[in-house]
Design a protein around this ligand. Structure first.
Ligand SMILES: C[S@@+](CC[C@H](N)C(=O)[O-])C[C@H]1O[C@@H](n2cnc3c(N)ncnc32)[C@H](O)[C@@H]1O
Length: 366
């Protein structure tokens, strides 16, 4: 029998004391426990880690984001002081590539103070190594609410999918919170709360209220999205959120685990594998909009990157590259914009949120 990890011992202790644990509480502990959480203890990105993100696939991804930021800054009226805030920067790769691409607009770079919101001290250290050569003012914060006020461009790539998700299961009596228990064999297992969640239908979009029994609905706390909307409305600016998920709220179980680039059982090895769930862009937009900000999209990642000029950038990079490297550029481009059913180009979506006076942000026209 494999050794029980320290976090699993803690989860079992909590269930023994307080009863079954909601999926969101389990996910929060697994990812962010201050001692044993997945993000607290490691750098999980890259070919030798557990998963790879778009900025790690190709420099072209960050470069397109850099062009988006520079164009958005112009649209904001080129403020002399701009906060660039990134939520969950991973290794800092996207920001490094974005700011290199934005060198074409030196006045933009002069205006920038960087603010990185990060819970992982391992990744914060990596971000410092990646970004310090840029020699610009930069600060780290544990949460968006800690970033000082001021006009801002906010970026979040694969951030919201890592925030804890709640699940509810429909039965003939209503919607019950999905929980994790210790079953009769002594294993961690899914169960549901005995009582339905009162008035849950009011939370559900009307189209989903007649879902069949056994349907699963997922939702997240709105605090980060509301803070984002409040900030944009109060201080001006725009946000670009890219993540995998669905444009409209939907029924389905998307709670998943990934370790070493393969899917795993989310209840196995707590704290040592990545847990995520798809982002409900409709719910995200609703929370941002409730705080007075305007919402654009979502468009697919493929649409956004093409509109920002990724095809031209790939051609330019290839024209200067050796034959083997040119093939790598083509492969990376294909991966980022692939439109097959499970392709990154369509599974990933981009939404922009902005102060109402900004107008349509770049890449969201039409
Ligand atoms: C999937 S990684 C994406 C990293 C990067 N954006 C990229 O695309 O490569 C998620 C990032 O969000 C951070 N993160 C997760 N939950 C967070 C939270 N609640 N607050 C701040 N950062 C968080 C992780 O440590 C990590 O840097």
């Amino acid at each position: 029998m494999s050794e029980i990890l320290p976090l699993e011992t803690e989860i079992r202790r909590r269930i023994a004391v307080a009863g079954p644990m909601p999926v969101a509480e389990y996910m929060a502990l697994c990812l962010a426990d201050s001692e044993h959480g997945y993000y607290t203890t490691r750098d999980p990105l890259g070919a030798r880690g557990d998963f790879i993100t778009a900025p790690e696939v190709s420099q072209m991804f960050g470069e397109m984001i850099g062009l988006w930021m520079a164009a958005t800054w112009k649209q904001m009226g080129s403020p002399e002081n701009l906060r660039i805030i990134e939520l969950g920067s991973g290794r800092g790769t996207m920001m490094k590539d974005a700011l290199r691409a934005a060198k074409v607009m030196p006045d933009f770079l002069k205006a920038v103070v960087l603010h990185l919101v990060e819970i992982s001290s391992a990744l914060e250290a990596q971000q410092q190594r990646t970004l310090e050569p840029l020699s610009m003012p930069m600060f780290w914060h544990p949460a968006l609410i800690d970033v000082p006020p001021g006009p801002a461009i906010v970026l979040a790539n694969e951030f919201f999918d890592a925030l804890p998700v709640h699940q509810a299961v429909k039965t003939e009596h209503g919607w019950h919170e999905r929980q994790i228990e210790i079953d009769s064999t002594g294993s961690l297992a899914f169960t549901i709360a005995p009582d339905p969640i009162p008035q849950f239908d009011r939370l559900l979009p009307p189209a989903l209220r007649n879902a069949p029994d056994a349907s699963i609905f997922e939702w997240r706390a709105d605090n980060v999205a509301m803070e984002l909307g409040k900030r944009l409305t109060r201080d001006g600016g725009a946000a670009l959120v890219i993540d995998y998920g669905h444009a409209q709220s939907a029924i389905g179980d998307t709670f998943q685990a990934v370790g070493r680039h393969a899917y795993a059982d989310p209840l196995s090895a707590p704290g040592s594998i990545d847990l995520t769930a798809h982002v409900d862009f409709q719910a995200l937009a609703k929370a941002v909009e409730a705080m007075g900000a305007s919402v654009y999209g979502p468009v697919t990642q493929s649409q956004l990157l093409r509109r920002l000029g990724i095809m031209t950038r790939a051609t330019s990079l290839k024209s200067k590259a050796a034959a083997g490297v040119a093939a790598d550029i083509d492969a990376a481009l294909k991966r980022l914009i692939s439109e097959g059913a499970a392709g990154m180009g369509v599974l990933f979506k981009a939404a922009a949120f902005a102060h109402h006076a900004l107008g349509v942000p770049p890449g969201f026209e039409g």
